[in-house]
Design a protein around this ligand. Sequence first.
Ligand SMILES: Cc1ncc(COP(=O)(O)O)c(C=O)c1O
Length: 417
Amino acid sequence: MKLDVAFARSQFPAFQDPGLQDWAFFENAGGSYACVDTTDQLGRFYTQTKVQPYSPYPASSQAGEQMDRAHARWAEALSVNTDEVLFGPSTSANTYVLANALASILVPGDEVVVTNQDHEANTGALRRVTERSGATLREWRIDPETGLLDTEQLNGLLNSKTRLVAFPHSSNIIGQENDVARICEMAHSVGAWTLVDGVSYVPHSIPDVGALGADIYLFSLYKVYSVHQGLMVIRAELMADLPNQGHYFNDELAWYRMAPAGPDHAQVAASGGVLDYVERLDRHHFPGKDDGLRMSCERVSSLWRSHEDVLLGPVLDALSSNPLVRLLGPAVLDAGHDGSHRCPTVAFQVLNQDPAAVAQGLVERGIMASSGHYYAVRVLTGVGVDVDPGVVRVSWVHYTNEAEVEGMLSALSEVLD
Ligand SMILES: Cc1ncc(COP(=O)(O)O)c(C=O)c1O
């Protein structure tokens, strides 16, 4: 079964917008287009139920019901409990709050493992609080050539003092999926918690967080066809150990304990819209299947992946064979552990030009792309790339079509010439 890309695109208002007709969008890793369910539900909330939720009058109780529904739907999609799903303003804000909570339970002698494959949002605050609490920070480093993390090296960093291992599901520069289940198993075997940044991964595949075994799993909904909120899963066992970061009288309310900013009601309510889109895609491709939201996520993620992979092969071939660039991350689709995935987030160093000039050349040819360090300063340093000027990055998702990729490759060959 192949993804019906035209049908998928028909569900995104941006593709019908006259102002975007002459453009092909290749900065999806920065933030995706929103599906029609997101824009409709957000608009509806703002016009019909934009009142304080959870009071007894109809507009208010409906507002609360929509928020509760979104919570419950995300929990079902990710295979966790509703109380374990929390919303915050962004992943950066969520990790900041989490780091402060962790600071109170770390003591001198404890050890925290972080990687240099992460976006700064996943480890910056954690590195600071680890040092402040007198615990020891250990860095699991990427291979300087490939940018990949090797689980053998993690083995040497784990011991009975390790309290937490923080790592990305996939990096926003290197693209390769890490073996989350195996890494969680390794961390748990020494009694450590795990914190997984899924921001770069979830737009390509909605994960079964329950099965992966992560204790904390974070991602940014605005990259998953949805609203500008960060979603974090904190498993109940760990939540019980973390000190409340919200108002003292809300200590018993799981959703509020790690969300001191207070929820954005409209965005929380509309956040489930993307799951309605996933179900519509599922019904379009597999009519008659009615075995629950998680199974819809499985089937649709697999359609997304197969389509993205078809587009990825030619881009990896073109970049890895071009002597004027250095492709970062694997040049093949299946470089990692069994069944692992290389996400279509493709960054490359330009060897003979300023990357900003290459991005500008792409823009002049109707390709929305950019250059820079993408807050992955440690990753670029780790593979020997100067963060100023950084790299060019092109990224796409399931709604990107073959014509757009061909156009991007031909624009790129002109600009790199
Ligand atoms: C891999 C990764 N992690 C974390 C973040 C931070 O997410 P947010 O913008 O929601 O703070 C980003 C943002 O681009 C990212 O790409």
